[in-house]
Write a protein that binds this ligand. Structure first.
Ligand code: PBG
Ligand code: ZN
Length: 328
């Protein structure tokens, strides 16, 4: 049937009707809050490019985690900034490393909160690469996988619920699953940064986490932004290797990828609303060019509509507050 019998505006006539037929809803429980942890005590160093976020010591991170839990967030995603860097990034798998200490402290303070950890080497290596850099400038896949597996196991030993490898080496999911199971962590969840693009939207994050490659770039391991079919292959490969959840990162310029991965697998799918995406909204809002609340929520909604079950976002706490029912 077509117009005039069909009138699509009928369902939009009142707010109550629109509420009734709404297809996608955001919930605070969908969000994971990224946090950056440093050694020391009672210190917070705000980031320039990620407003409202900064590096914080564990005592501050515990307070933040309490806040996240109270706001009803789905959980937190921890990034560690080590005391020092070396060639292989050895603090990354040290049981007394920054992430490991933070996981234990947050686990003690907020036992019910989902704690996810970013598993990578780039914050820890002097090269700034996500794996083992050889003299010829290549990042060695299999040597990197061996070290990254140690990192994942160490995070699990500290008490992480979810370990999330972001390195993009081949075969790391199978290796980590085997490594975790061998050490008795068969219940620890693997969230694969399965489809991660070599993106310029990571700019503010790299400044913040001090993880910019000292030479070259990440294009030999992160994906070419031009490739959609390959993006699906990456996610399907990680699913086959035993990933419990998949991810598309960044999200905003890659909603088609989210949608395609959603069609290709039944696993829970995570979108990473990255630092550059958040920074653009903040910057435009600060100039009064856009309405921050509405644009931020519309952006997150688009990611969910495209197929994301979970969204990693720097706006998690703000969005949770905006979504909270206003007392009558
Ligand atoms: C490290 C890592 C990056 C991000 C998450 N983990 C940066 C990169 O790969 O260069 C980006 C997060 C963001 O921009 O918000 N592997
Ligand atoms: Zn990395």
């Amino acid at each position: 049937m077509t117009f005039p019998a069909t009138r699509l505006r009928r369902l939009r006539r009142t707010g109550a009707l629109r509420d009734l037929v709404r297809e996608t809803r955001l919930d605070a429980g969908d969000f994971l809050l990224p946090m950056f942890v440093i050694h020391g005590h009672d210190t917070y160093e705000p980031f320039d490019g990620i407003p409202g976020h900064g590096r914080m010591t564990i005592d501050r991170a515990v307070a933040k985690a309490r806040e996240a839990h109270a706001a009803g967030l789905g959980g937190v995603l921890l990034f560690g900034i080590p005391a020092g860097k070396d060639e292989l990034g050895s603090e990354a798998w040290d049981d007394e490393g920054i992430v490991q200490l933070a996981v234990r402290a947050i686990r003690d303070a907020v036992p019910e909160l989902v704690i996810a950890t970013d598993v990578c080497l780039c914050h820890y290596t002097s090269s700034g690469h996500c794996g083992v850099l050889h003299a010829d400038g290549t990042v060695h896949n299999d040597e990197s996988v061996e070290l990254l597996t140690r990192v994942a196991v160490s995070h699990a030993r500290a008490g992480a619920d979810v370990v999330a490898p972001s390195d993009m080496m081949d075969g790391r999911i199978a290796a980590m699953r085997a490594g975790l199971d061998e050490e008795g962590f068969s219940d620890v969840t693997l969230l694969a940064y399965s489809t991660k693009f070599a993106s310029s939207y990571y700019g503010p994050f790299r400044e913040a986490a001090d993880s910019t490659p000292q030479s070259g770039d990440r294009k030999s391991y992160q994906m070419d932004p031009a490739n959609g079919r390959e993006a699906v292959r990456e996610s399907v490969a990680d699913a086959d290797e035993g990933a419990d959840m998949l991810m598309v990162k960044p999200a905003l310029a890659y909603l088609d990828i989210l949608y395609r991965v959603r069609q290709a697998t039944e696993l829970p799918l995570v979108a990473y609303n990255v630092s550059g995406e958040y920074a653009m909204v903040k910057a435009a809002a600060e100039r009064g060019w856009i309405d921050e609340r509405n644009v931020q929520l519309e952006t997150l909604l688009g990611m969910k509509r495209a197929g994301a079950d979970v969204i990693i976002t720097y706006a998690a706490l703000e969005a949770a507050a905006w979504l909270a029912p206003t007392p009558a």
